[in-house]
Design a binder for this molecule. Structure first.
Ligand code: ATP
Ligand code: MG
Length: 287
């Protein structure tokens, strides 16, 4: 797959209208669900085992989207393929009073992945240039550069992570307004989906254009070589999963993790330790 077409080029104007929300017709749903995706997930698992064993690098996956774009189901269908021992999902909700009493990256830095781990942010520090901006939640004290400074902070933070072995990759799940409406309607019409219903999602939909403007500005300023944004079509969930798995595999290949080898000294002592292990039971048997 040509994943480059979904990657946002650094410092380029972004018009979300120009990014597709739809699947690419060269793939069939059946082929993806039955063959390509299961194979990709298996490969992701194998790479993650090595990343975990190597314990030198980590990956931070950032998920952002409008409501009902499928963040949760992406986590469920793609990232559960990973070994939970080396994977951590953090969902960022409205900040607590304690969190609001700190700088906005405070709660974020505490949740970054350890070496060997894949960390997934379901919403993230980007809420602080999205919902915060759309709803005017901070006092900007007439500072015209307020949002530019936040973009600068975020880029510096992600560069810092990159310099320290944590690779950042970011996905904006791009759903159309019509498809969002269908999914929100399902949450009303289908009893088994009632638990997902939130009246706030319907009210928030009225701010669709403002959100899109905030997203475009964010994508323009924070897609970098070291922490790129991908605008992933989200009207067909199976296609979203395919694109995300392809990007993850590309990243794993770049990181090229290796299971550590024993040192020559350790290797030369293996026979000795085998003997010790075997003799332990013989001793017990002779008692
Ligand atoms: P789902 O609805 O699929 O369970 P969700 O991510 O929408 O998942 P909710 O609990 O519905 O989870 O919403 C979380 C809310 O928290 C969102 O409306 C989001 O904008 C808000 N939020 C997250 N971070 C911040 C922030 N820094 N400042 C203000 N609001 C935030
Ligand atoms: Mg929600």
């Amino acid at each position: 797959m040509d994943i480059k077409k979904y990657r946002v080029k650094p410092n380029k104007n972004v018009d979300l209208e120009k990014f597709s929300t739809k699947k690419d017709d060269s793939y069939s749903k059946k082929e993806v669900k039955e063959e390509i995706l299961p194979q990709n997930l298996e490969k992701m698992f194998e790479f993650q085992e090595k990343l975990y064993a190597e314990n030198k690098k980590g990956i931070l996956v950032v998920l952002q989207a409008m409501d009902a774009a499928g963040k949760d189901s992406l986590v469920k269908k793609v990232f559960t393929a990973l070994n939970p021992a080396g994977c951590k999902v953090t969902s960022f909700k409205q900040p607590s009073t304690e969190e609001l009493d700190h700088d906005y990256l405070w709660r974020i830095t505490k949740a970054t992945p350890a070496y060997g781990e894949v960390g997934i942010f379901n919403r993230s520090h980007y809420e602080d240039v999205l919902v915060t901006r759309v709803h005017n939640l901070v006092n900007k004290k007439n500072d015209d550069d307020f949002w530019d400074k936040r973009f600068e902070d975020i880029n510096a933070f992600e560069k810092y992570l990159d310099n320290n072995g944590i690779k950042v990759v970011k996905f904006f799940l791009h759903v159309s307004k019509d498809e969002q409406k269908e999914r929100l309607l399902d949450r009303i019409n289908l009893e088994e989906k009632h638990w997902k219903f939130a009246a706030s999602d319907i009210l928030e939909r009225e701010n669709w254009d403002d959100y899109h403007r905030a997203y475009e500005d964010m994508l323009e300023h924070t897609s970098t070589d070291y922490a790129p944004w991908y605008v992933v079509p989200a009207d067909n969930k199976w296609y979203t999963r395919l694109v995300v798995s392809e990007v993850m595999l590309d990243l794993f290949k770049q990181l090229d993790p290796h299971t550590p080898k024993l040192s020559e000294k350790e290797e030369s002592q293996l026979e000795k330790w085998k003997k010790v292990l075997m003799e332990q039971d013989e001793k017990n048997e002779n008692l």
